[in-house]
Design a protein around this ligand. Structure first.
Ligand code: CTP
Length: 453
């Protein structure tokens, strides 16, 4: 969280639920945007301390669709303003079922547009001007219905009309039930939207409000603002560069039904691939088996074993940067059979002999003319993290090591947050705990700095 929040003074507690706050306040206390703003101000939401000015002067037209994730668009509006941007909002009819115009207006400091035939709004600012006055249109949450409307050029309300009338870039941040996201119709619309040049941020995967699990969750507001920043800030710092990222575990077969694996989720590597792509790098992700959706704008090769991962990585060369985030299995079964191993009733366990897998990071680091300019490895350690990672950097011949402590209890393995240390030649830089997506954004920025300086 950037800057200071006076949550301790907030009458609604430190983890304010905006939608509950909105309903509560609009019913009980507040009858004007001004009063609403005063209350939020009192809660510390408009602190100017720590404001980043990266979005200074940028105007975002935020179109809020009707989904359970709509309340997060309030946080998004706050974060855009915090980074210096201006936000004007259109709230769809369905969106008003989840957040109120008062709460949105309180955070955007502006009138909220809700209806195509609002004559005051038309006199004030027509929908065409509204859509062109912005630098970027952000649809958040983009529901299946809104995606279908944009893909098919429908224009039957303020939101869809603005989206059709605009000559500015459009970014959608989808959020919906996993089955709706995976439905052939939504995927068809998604393909059309991408072909039409719409930027798509997310969705991520996880458990959803509807109780199901899978891709369909709204990307966290911090990451959406990062994407907006990358889109608007002209931050295509890695345009023309090539990146390779390895991620996830590998599965090493013992027989057709059994394999050796580890607990890696692939989340950190996927986030890094997405962050590098956001900065304009042509990014190739070589992924072991994971449950994650392909990151947007990234070419993905899915593999099973360490040897397949090495082959796919080498095939992706040359590259300017390689980030080896995969938790490659160190060993594989010496002999894997095509027939299932069976108990023979004797009580004897079958012998399992192991051989070492190729080291992808070390291979890339020693690739001679093919060696990427910057080779980055990871070190997931449980003891003496910095010492082990420093030794690992020297042993593998890479340039940087991103070290983290994966001891039980840290929640890092498979979790959403990470605490990392960047080991470079003769130095160790310690980063505060932060979401894996933020680690990725920061690392990608650091890569861009190293490659372009
Ligand atoms: N790595 C790799 N290929 C392997 C093993 C590891 O590319 N066969 C890479 C990982 O992607 C990571 C780094 O090497 O970037 C360190 O991985 P780690 O498993 O921590 O190191 P190991 O060499 O396996 O050392 P150890 O498990 O003994 O700590």
């Amino acid at each position: 969280m950037r800057g200071r929040r006076r949550d301790d003074t907030c009458v609604f507690g430190s983890h304010t639920d905006f939608s509950a706050l909105s309903t509560h306040c609009s019913r009980k206390y507040l009858y004007s945007p001004q009063r609403w703003r005063e209350l939020l101000d009192f809660c510390g939401f408009f602190d100017v301390e720590g404001v980043d000015h990266v979005l200074d002067g940028k105007r975002i037209l935020l179109i809020i669709g009707g989904g359970i994730a709509a309340y997060k668009s309030l946080e998004l509006a706050r974060l855009i303003r915090r980074r210096g941007g201006e936000v004007r909002a259109i709230l769809t009819k369905a969106g008003q079922e989840f957040v109120t115009p008062l709460s949105v207006g309180g955070l955007t400091h502006d009138k909220v547009y809700t209806d195509l035939f609002d004559l005051t709004a038309e006199a004030d600012m027509g929908h065409i001007q509204l859509s062109r006055d912005a630098d970027l249109l952000v649809v958040c949450p983009a529901t299946a219905d809104l995606m279908a409307k944009i893909a098919h050029g429908r224009a039957d309300d303020m939101a869809s009309t603005a989206l059709l009338a605009t000559d500015k870039p459009v970014m959608i941040v989808p959020a919906m039930n996993v089955r709706m996201w995976e439905h052939a119709a939504t995927q068809r619309n998604l393909t059309q939207l991408i072909a039409d040049g719409v930027s798509v941020v997310g969705p991520t995967e996880g458990s959803m409000a509807c109780g199901e699990f899978g891709p369909g969750r709204l990307v966290e507001p911090e990451d959406i603002v990062d994407a907006i920043e990358a889109k608007l800030g002209g931050a295509q710092l890695l345009a023309g560069r090539k990146a390779i990222v390895t991620a996830g575990p590998t599965h090493e077969p013992i027989d057709p039904v059994r394999y050796i694996a580890n607990r890696s989720s692939g989340k950190q590597g996927y986030a890094i691939a997405e962050a590098l792509a956001r900065l304009g790098a042509e990014t190739h992700l070589v992924s072991g088996p994971t449950a994650l959706a392909d990151p947007f704008g990234v070419q993905v090769t899915r593999v099973e074993t360490a040897r397949e991962m090495l082959a796919a990585t080498e095939a992706a060369l040359p590259a300017d940067v390689a980030v080896c985030a995969a938790a490659v299995a160190d060993w594989r079964a010496d002999t894997s059979t095509n027939s299932k191993l069976k108990k023979d009733g004797s009580g004897q366990v079958p012998p399992l002999s192991l051989v070492e897998n190729p080291d992808i990071l070390a291979t890339l680091s020693a690739a001679g003319a093919q060696r990427p300019q910057l080779v980055i490895g990871f070190a997931a350690e449980t003891d003496d993290v910095i010492e082990q990672a420093t030794a690992k950097r020297a042993r593998k011949g890479c340039d940087w090591i991103v070290a983290n402590d994966v001891s039980p209890g840290t929640g890092i393995m498979g979790g959403d947050d990470n605490t990392v240390h960047i080991i470079t030649e003769g130095a160790a830089e310690h980063w505060d705990p932060m979401p894996k997506a933020q680690v990725a954004t920061k690392l990608a920025a650091r890569v861009a700095q190293a490659l372009t300086s």
